[in-house]
Ligand binder design. Structure first.
Ligand code: GLV
Length: 330
């Protein structure tokens, strides 16, 4: 049995990704998963490879919470494939992958509907104060009339919602909010010829013209801190920000400061700048909804992800095109 395992295609698993507990029993007859758990073992990848992994490693499986820098990639001279379980690829040095001829596969659009559902749920939660009401009822019973302790939320229907990033998640968000009677405006890398929503090349101008911003673009050099103090102030008092993209899209220190000073109405965040750290101040604010970077995860998306990961690994080891390849930068 152990001998058979040695002949299977080797995949180094770092993290491990959330889906690995489901993936491993389903596919360990096809792949030899070599599991590196940096936090539990407090081992560096270099030490692990040196002491516990005498094999050459052609493929690696990671998630967005493990950063694959050029330095780490250099520890794996035979690496030819990176599979990440995330849609985002900001944790991978894609230029180094291109330089080395390493292919990269990600989750593509697998999570778009789930992330969009969550974005809308977070928006409704922060606007209608669902989590705040829940907290209120858990500490006071209905006879104590929580209404006295509780100011009413804001209506969603008819509101102007600015979407930052009209990719596959942004489009799903727009579709959903359209049926709530919201007016959609957007900012994206380029104006889209296929939609009639008003396009704003300036994020400040977009913020000035809407009641809430939903941030769902990719994180890269151009979009880091796309939501800065100027944007938050342009959005203004009584208005809301939702982030289901990446923490680094928002200048978190400025967001906390603006929330503290009452410059905006509230925020609903699935992602944070230094995950898994969530600033203490955000945790204490009643007008902030927090979620642990789980917008993508549903029971269904987990099963689909396992299939996709295995499909990409299989394609690679059979010398076939990847199912969801990532375009590598020039
Ligand atoms: O954050 C989740 C993803 O990028 O899929």
């Amino acid at each position: 049995m152990a001998e058979k395992k040695q002949t299977l295609p080797r995949v180094l698993v770092v993290g491990p990704p959330t889906c690995f507990a489901t993936l491993q029993p389903l596919y360990s007859h096809k792949f030899h998963f070599i599991h590196f758990e940096p936090y539990a073992l407090s081992l560096s990848l270099q030490n692990f490879l040196h002491h516990h992994c005498p094999f050459s490693i052609p493929a690696i499986l990671c998630s967005s919470n493990y950063s694959l820098s050029a330095h780490l990639l250099r520890l794996l001279p035979d690496l030819r494939l990176v599979v990440t379980t995330s849609a985002g690829t900001d944790h991978i040095d894609l230029r180094e992958c291109r330089r080395r001829g390493i292919q990269v596969a990600a989750a593509g659009h697998l999570f778009s509907q789930d992330v969009a559902d969550m974005a809308v749920a977070l928006l409704i939660d922060v606007m209608r104060k669902i989590s705040a009401a829940d907290r209120c009822l858990r500490t006071h019973n209905l006879n104590n009339t929580p209404w006295d302790l509780f100011t009413f939320g804001s209506k969603l229907s008819g509101k102007r919602i600015g979407i930052i990033g009209l990719g596959s998640v942004g489009m799903e968000v727009a579709k959903r909010l359209g049926s709530f009677g919201c007016i959609i405006l957007y900012n994206s890398k380029h104006k889209k010829a296929t939609v009639s929503y008003p396009f704003y090349s300036s994020v400040v101008e977009l913020a000035t013209n809407c009641d809430a911003l939903v941030v769902c673009c990719a994180l890269n050099e151009q979009t880091k801190h796309i939501i800065n103090r100027e944007v938050i102030l342009a959005l203004g008092k009584g208005r809301f920000i939702v982030n289901v993209g990446r923490g680094g899209l928002i200048d978190e220190k400025q967001l906390v400061k603006c929330l503290r000073e009452g410059e905006i109405g509230g925020a609903a965040l699935d992602v944070f700048e230094n995950e898994p750290y969530v600033p203490e101040e955000l945790r204490a604010m009643n007008n902030v909804v927090l979620s642990p970077h789980c917008a993508a995860f549903t029971a269904e998306s987990l099963m689909n992800l396992c299939e996709l990961v295995a499909g990409n690994l299989e394609a690679f080891f059979l010398n076939k095109p990847l199912i969801t390849p990532v375009m590598l930068p020039e």
